[in-house]
Design a protein. Structure first.
Length: 88
């Protein structure tokens, strides 16, 4: 039966086959993009707890450093009023 169809003439059967092939390629492409996107999102979500822990430690370190600097500023002799005047 295949021999009965001329090779150069477009037929509904050939167009349906080409359309089917294109449709399969589109479906495979879309599913590949969705899969890659989901894998990327999963990887980011897996790293999120570690990132948040690091952020929390960094904020604590900055706060502790600021508190220590404030404590040193209060203890400096230049801030005391009884040592500002010479001869007492």
């Amino acid at each position: 039966m295949v021999g009965l169809l001329p090779l150069g003439a477009p037929t509904a059967l050939r167009e349906a086959g080409a359309l089917g092939d294109s449709l399969i390629l589109v479906i495979l492409t879309i599913s590949s993009v969705i899969t890659a996107t989901l894998i990327t999102i999963k990887g980011m979500l897996d790293q999120l707890p570690d990132v948040l822990d690091s952020w929390h430690r960094a904020v604590q370190a900055v706060r502790e450093t600021a508190e220590r600097r404030r404590g040193r500023d209060e203890d400096e002799p230049s801030n005391r009023t009884d040592q500002d005047t010479p001869g007492q």
